[in-house]
Write a protein that binds this ligand. Structure first.
Ligand code: HEC
Length: 166
């Protein structure tokens, strides 16, 4: 009888521990990064096309444009990012026919927002992805593995991969 009770207690304790871990993971999924209103009139930094067959095709296949707000632009030149800096990775699908590559619908909008206190867990940058054209619907993901884990590779340049071409 005691044995059964113990194993039941173990199950309950384990279940509580697992749901707490889920709660932490949920918090990690949405760090509270803002929708970057007006980013289409910010500085265009660069453009790249990721074609079918490339290892990053899922989820980054398409034509992307990188935009930077004024704070992010000064960071690109001096490699020091102040709070308030925002980068946008605007990913669109494209149509490739008759020797023309033409933008079509938006697939997703990836955003990096600098706030050294709020996003201290991910070294000062918060990450999020807005689905398609939505400014409210976010892709559910663990940003630590989905974003930060790769951007850490650009630690030397402030976790930012893009370079500005004047
Ligand atoms: C496998 C590596 C990898 C992953 C995963 C990744 N990124 Fe990036 N990201 C890059 C690279 C490389 C660039 C530069 C693209 C270019 O040069 O056009 C970039 C560019 C960016 C930029 C523009 C600023 C910069 O660093 O150049 C933003 C914003 C961005 N990513 C957000 C995200 C978000 C949000 C996620 C998570 C959903 C994410 N990234 C996941 C590799 C990655």
């Amino acid at each position: 009888m005691t044995k059964i009770y113990r194993s039941l207690r173990f199950t309950v304790v384990t279940a509580v521990a697992i749901s707490c871990a889920w709660a932490v993971a949920d918090a990690q999924r949405d760090q509270g990064v803002d929708y970057p209103s007006g980013y289409r009139s910010w500085q265009h930094v660069k453009t790249m096309i990721i074609q079918p067959g490339h290892p990053l095709e899922d989820p980054f296949g398409g034509i992307h444009h990188v935009y930077a707000n004024a704070e992010a632009m000064s960071g690109l030149t001096n490699k020091e990012y102040v709070d308030g800096a925002v980068f946008v990775f605007d990913l669109l699908d494209y149509d490739n026919s008759e020797k023309l590559i033409v933008e079509t619908k938006r697939k997703r909008l990836d955003v990096m927002q600098r706030d050294s206190k709020k996003f201290a867990d991910t070294d000062g940058w918060g990450y999020t992805t807005f689905a398609g054209d939505s400014s409210t619907m976010r892709v559910q993901q663990d940003v630590v593995s989905a974003c930060y884990g790769c951007h850490i590779g650009a630690k030397e340049s402030g976790y930012v991969f893009s370079q500005y071409r004047p």
